[in-house]
Design a protein around this ligand. Structure first.
Ligand code: BG6
Length: 467
C-alpha cells in the first residue's frame, strides 16, 4: 500500500532553535536566551555571547529562503513554533506586540504561497523569561491564564490560514526537564515530585483550555497534543524487567491519556501515591480537561531500553531520553539507538491504545556533518547515513499504515540545520540543508543542499514509494 495522496510531508523547526533576532522588533527574553549550553549548564543571569540561539540560523531574516527550500523538496506541511515572547514580551501583558504578530503573518503567507500547510506549535520549550522568574513557569496556576491569553491571541489572528495546531512540544518532558518543558527555573534537584506533577497538571489544564478556545474560535481547526515517544523495551524477559517497562511506558502514556480521554489514567493514583504526590484540582479543572484533542503527534528518534536493576548494564549517552545500551541496534554519532522498527511499534501502540489519528511530528538523525566541495564544484554534504535513517523510518511508517494505523503526516526534525535543544550546539545537525554556522558563532549562514535534500525530494515526489 502507498501513502495516501493527501499525506502531509514536511519538516519541523522551533522558534528558539532557528529564528535568532532575540531582541528584534520588540521580542522579550525567553528562558532559551539564558541557556547557553542547553540543559547541560545552569542558566545565566543575562544573555551571553556564547549562546548560539541568540543568532540562531537567522530564520527571522531568511524565512523566505528557507521556506523556498522546503517547497523545492516538495513539502506540503511546515511545522514551526511561535516564540511566545515575540507576541507577549513579558508574558502577562494585555496587548500583544503587533510586530511579532506581523512576522508570523509573513511566515504563514510565505508557506501558503507554495501550498505548504502551516502546523503551529504554541509552545516549543519556550516561555517569556519574566513568567519563569515571576511564577516559576507552570509551577504556578497564574501561568495558565497567561498561556491561554497568548493562545487565544494567535489562534484568532491566524485561524483562517492555519488549520493544524499543537499545544505544548513534548509535554512529557516536563517531568524530566522542568525548565525546558515548563519554564521552571528552580533547579531540578530542588523540586519535589509534587512540584513536577502539579506543574504538569497546570500545563494539561492550559492545553485543554487552549483546545476549548480554539474550537470556539473555529470549529474546523484540528488540535493535537505532542509527546516525546521513545517506546520502552525490557532489557530481558525477566518479569521484573517487564513491569519496569510497563511503568516506564506510563511516563509517556500519562500525558497522552489525559489529552485523549479527558481524565487521568487508572494508574495515576498509584503513581502519585508512590511519589508522594497529591495533584490539586481547582474548581472546573476536571471539566475543562474534557476538551480532548483531535490527534496525537509525537517525536520519534529511538526506542529506550529499561531494566528493574539498571546498575548492572551499560547506559547509552543519548539525549534526555537516554536508556540502557541496546545490543541489537546501531548507534549514531551521538549515541542514539537507530531503531526504525521502534517507529512501527510506537505507531501501532499509540493507535491501539488511543484510537486517534497520528502525526509523526519529529524524526531524524543528529550527526557531525562535513561540508565538502563535490566534483562539480558545489558545496554539499555526503550524508548517506541520513538518507539511510529516513528511508528506514519512512519504510517502517509505511508498514504501520499497512498494519492499519491511521497516520496522516510526517515532519522530519530540523530540515534546515538548527541549534540543538538539549546542548545548544550547532555541530549536531539534522538537516537536509547545511547552514554555514560554526560552533564559535562564525560562518556566513549560507544554506547548502546536502545529498539527502535530493533524496527527500524524490521520496516525497514518489509518495514514499522509494522507501
Ligand atoms: C526533540 C525536541 O526532543 O528533539 C527538539 O522537540 C530537539 O526541539 C530534538 O531539537 C533533537 O534534540 P537535540 O537536543 O539533539 O536538538
Amino acid at each position: 500500500m502507498s501513502f495516501p495522496d493527501n499525506f502531509l510531508w514536511g519538516g519541523a523547526l522551533s522558534a528558539n532553535q532557528c529564528e535568532g533576532a532575540y531582541l528584534e522588533d520588540g521580542k522579550g527574553l525567553s528562558q532559551q536566551d539564558v541557556m547557553p549550553k542547553g540543559v547541560h549548564a545552569p542558566m545565566t543571569a543575562m544573555p551571553t555571547a556564547d549562546n548560539l540561539k541568540l543568532k540562531g540560523t537567522d530564520f527571522y531574516h531568511r524565512y523566505q529562503e528557507d521556506i523556498a527550500l522546503l517547497a523545492e523538496m516538495g513539502c506540503n506541511v511546515f511545522r514551526f513554533s511561535i516564540a511566545w515572547s515575540r507576541i507577549f514580551p513579558m508574558g502577562d501583558e494585555e496587548v500583544p506586540n503587533e510586530k511579532g504578530l506581523a512576522f508570523y503573518d509573513a511566515v504563514i503567507d510565505e508557506c501558503l504561497k507554495y501550498g505548504i500547510k502551516p502546523l503551529i506549535t504554541l509552545s516549543h520549550y519556550e516561555m517569556p523569561l519574566h513568567l519563569c522568574q515571576k511564577y516559576d513557569g507552570f509551577r504556578s496556576r497564574e501561568t495558565i491564564d497567561c498561556f491561554v491569553h497568548y493562545a487565544e491571541t494567535v489562534i484568532r489572528r491566524y485561524h483562517d490560514r492555519v488549520k493544524y495546531w499543537l499545544t505544548f512540544n513534548e509535554i512529557n518532558v516536563t517531568l524530566i526537564s522542568p525548565l525546558l518543558g515548563a519554564g521552571i527555573i528552580t533547579p531540578k534537584n530542588e523540586l519535589t515530585q509534587q512540584d513536577k506533577y502539579q506543574a504538569a497538571h497546570h500545563q494539561l489544564v492550559a492545553s485543554a483550555k487552549a483546545t476549548k478556545l480554539a474550537r470556539m474560535i473555529d470549529p474546523d481547526l484540528k488540535i493535537g497534543c505532542m509527546a516525546a515517544s521513545a517506546p520502552r523495551y525490557p532489557m530481558t524477559c525477566k518479569p521484573d524487567d517487564m513491569m519496569e517497562m510497563l511503568n516506564s511506558q506510563h511516563e509517556l502514556d500519562y500525558f497522552i491519556h489525559v489529552h485523549c480521554t479527558g481524565e487521568y489514567p487508572y494508574y495515576a493514583k498509584r503513581l502519585w501515591k508512590e511519589n508522594n504526590v497529591e495533584v490539586k484540582f481547582a474548581d472546573g479543572d476536571a471539566e475543562v480537561l474534557q476538551n480532548t484533542v483531535d490527534f496525537i503527534s509525537f517525536s520519534y528518534y529511538s526506542s529506550k531500553v529499561v531494566a528493574a536493576d539498571e546498575s548492572q548494564y551499560e547506559m547509552a549517552n543519548g539525549n534526555i531520553m537516554r536508556g540502557l545500551k541496546n545490543p541489537y541496534v546501531e548507534y549514531t554519532d551521538y549515541d542514539y539507538p537507530i531503531d526504525p522498527q521502534g517507529l512501527r511499534y510506537v505507531l501501532n501502540y499509540l493507535y491501539d491504545h488511543f484510537h486517534k489519528p497520528l502525526f509523526v511530528a519529529e524524526n531524524g538523525i543528529g550527526a557531525k556533518d562535513v561540508l565538502i566541495v563535490n566534483a562539480k564544484g558545489v558545496k554539499t554534504v555526503d550524508d548517506d547515513y541520513r538518507i539511510a535513517y529516513h528511508q528506514s523510518h519512512i519504510a517502517a511508517m509505511k508498514q504501520a499504515i499497512d498494519d492499519g494505523v491511521e497516520v496522516f503526516g510526517y515532519t522530519s526534525w530540523g530540515p534546515i540545520d538548527c541549534i540543538s535543544a538539549a546542548s545548544a550546539e550547532i555541530s549536531k545537525r539534522y538537516g537536509f540543508v547545511y547552514v554555514d554556522l560554526q560552533p564559535d558563532g562564525s560562518g556566513s549562514l549560507e544554506r547548502y543542499r546536502k545529498k539527502s535534500f535530493y533524496w527527500y525530494r524524490d521520496c516525497i515526489l514518489s509518495k514514499g514509494e522509494i522507501c
